[in-house]
Design a protein around this ligand. Sequence first.
Ligand SMILES: Cc1cc2nc3c(=O)[nH]c(=O)nc-3n(C[C@H](O)[C@H](O)[C@H](O)COP(=O)(O)O)c2cc1C
Length: 181
Amino acid sequence: MRKSVALDIAYRLIGSGPVVLVSSLLDKKVGLTPIAWNMPVLDDPPIIALEIWKGHFIYKAILQTGDFVVNIPSSDMAETVRKLGSVSGSKVDKFEKYGLIKEPAEKVRSPRLKSAIGILECRLRRDKHLLNKYNIVLGDVVYAEAEKNIFTNRWHPEKKGRRLLHHLGGKIFYSSARKII
Ligand SMILES: Cc1cc2nc3c(=O)[nH]c(=O)nc-3n(C[C@H](O)[C@H](O)[C@H](O)COP(=O)(O)O)c2cc1C
């Protein structure tokens, strides 16, 4: 079960660089796209950045809707994440095709992925220079949630439970295994 996360520490959800699934809407179609190139930009106000190719369905969806959700998948979803990155939301309903369930967001129009262990609901910050020159999508985080048994004020890899998923390139993924210090 997830619970809300204070916005000033929401950056910690993606601070260690997990792959995320970004959801947004285009003409009532819902997209769900794996994005490995994501990062926190500021903690106050909370802003994050995504690097998204302009040709992707999700890029057009975010620009049309003006908001998006960063859904954080767990490592047991690796195979699904790979598949979600091999088709376009313009051709298929990815939720239906891969048996995924959506749920309404708290603060934005884009729906969320029910099975995500972390959620960042974001409003697009229309920075024309970053969008046009670098395909960088900035989002103001307006609401955040995380699975309560594995995230309190940070992720807890030392606890039993679901793990973050990281992408090393190509078909290779790994999961965060344990706390060292
Ligand atoms: C693990 C993984 C990470 C990816 N990271 C990115 C990324 O950071 N930026 C990007 O533009 N595409 C990335 N992709 C590619 C898109 O997810 C992929 O092309 C997807 O099918 C586009 O879907 P869409 O057209 O429905 O948006 C990634 C794919 C995978 C599998």
